[in-house]
Design a protein around this ligand. Structure first.
Ligand code: SAM
Ligand code: DTB
Ligand code: SF4
Length: 323
């Protein structure tokens, strides 16, 4: 399949319609938008359940890519070192601890442009080990080449995370070392291998509301829609090109979650990076807007995440159970 053509012409009308719809939704009065999102949410999910995934960086830093938000790119002086891949025993220990705390999915991230053949072998062992603990396994390893998705599937991988990150027109201002079509090609490989797709993006990078509508339209136009949609708020890391970006208004973040919920009614929408800077009242609004998944545990990949006990207390106070 020619992805340049797919991207340019696969039902362009549908993407354009979705973009107009997303923009109109983003512009609605806040209360109307949240009301609609909550109604859609209740048609497909238990409104008082939130799924929890724990992240582990299995290969940190030294990445050749230039993603302007990322502390793991070797091009930026962020203090993140280029480390070797973790030993299997460390991964098993982290997954066991995550399971004991109540996470149902274990997500392993690597700072690669994509895995080389020799990189994938140890990851396959990690996937098998996580599965043998009775957890769902997810990986985010960058772009996949022919056959690699099938290898991951055969090891038992449930989900592959690969984000579109932003709208096609804003994308070039953030990343130059891979293009949008490359991302769509990897998503196709994952889907064709029968692995569940986890695909979302980042907001708060200085993009316009129109660009946020563009991202949401691209995500919603994936057919079938991704099972899991992480919405990250930019974590502004010192040393990255986007470190000086203006603070993102919390109500715009909540709106983005609500529109993701409405446009992708059956997807798990994950309130992802950025929670340490987010008031708990805002997180509660995100749940009201239809977010029904979080990253759980003190660390994302290299940056912080709320303490697990703090999240337990927040969810308990809202009457939310683990789903
Ligand atoms: N290297 C692989 C890739 O880029 O596909 C996998 C790991 S990468 C860190 C996974 C995702 O983390 C990125 O696509 C991006 O959406 C998110 N991310 C990275 N740095 C971030 C930051 N500072 N704030 C918010 N999200 C971030
Ligand atoms: C996703 O969309 N967000 C997660 C996960 N997928 C891999 C990563 C967030 C990373 C935040 C910056 C860091 O901790 O390095
Ligand atoms: Fe590398 Fe992924 Fe970070 Fe981009 S987002 S620099 S590909 S680790």
């Amino acid at each position: 399949m020619d992805h340049a053509i797919a991207f340019a012409s696969a039902a362009p009308r549908a993407v354009q319609d979705l973009r107009s719809r997303a923009l109109a939704l983003l512009e609605r009065p806040f209360n109307d938008l949240l009301f609609e999102a909550q109604q859609v949410h209740r048609q497909h999910f238990d409104a008082n359940r939130v799924q929890r995934s724990t992240l582990l960086s299995i290969k940190t830093g030294g990445c050749p890519e230039d993603c302007g938000y990322c502390p793991q790119s070797r091009r930026y002086a962020t203090g993140v070192e280029d480390e070797a891949i973790l030993p299997l025993a460390d991964v098993v220990a982290a997954a066991t601890a995550a399971k004991e705390k109540g996470a149902t999915r274990f997500c392993m991230g690597a700072a690669w442009r994509g895995p080389k053949a020799r990189d994938l072998e140890p990851v396959l062992d990690m996937v098998r080990a996580v599965k043998s603990l009775g957890m769902e396994a997810c990986c985010t390893l960058g772009m996949l080449k022919d056959g690699q998705a099938e290898q991951l599937r055969d090891a038992g991988l449930d989900y592959y995370n690969h984000n579109l990150d932003t709208s096609p027109e804003f994308y070039g201002q953030v990343i130059t070392t891979r293009d949008y079509e490359d991302r769509l090609a990897t998503l196709d490989r994952v889907r064709e291998a029968g692995i569940h797709v986890c695909c979302g993006g980042i907001v708060g990078m200085g993009e316009s509301r129109e660009a946020r509508a563009g991202l949401l339209a691209q995500l919603a136009s994936l057919d079938p829609q991704p099972e899991s949609v992480p919405i990250n708020q930019l974590v502004r890391v010192e040393g990255t090109p986007l470190a000086g970006t203006d603070e993102f208004p919390w109500m715009e973040f909540v709106r983005t979650i609500a529109v993701a919920r409405i446009l992708m009614p059956r997807s798990y929408v994950r309130l992802s990076a950025g929670r340490t800077q987010m008031h708990e009242a805002v997180q509660a609004l995100c749940f009201l807007a239809g977010a029904n998944s979080i990253f759980y545990g003190e660390k994302l990949l290299t940056t912080g995440n709320p303490e697990a006990e703090r999240d337990d207390a927040l969810l308990a106070s809202l009457g939310i159970t683990i789903g």
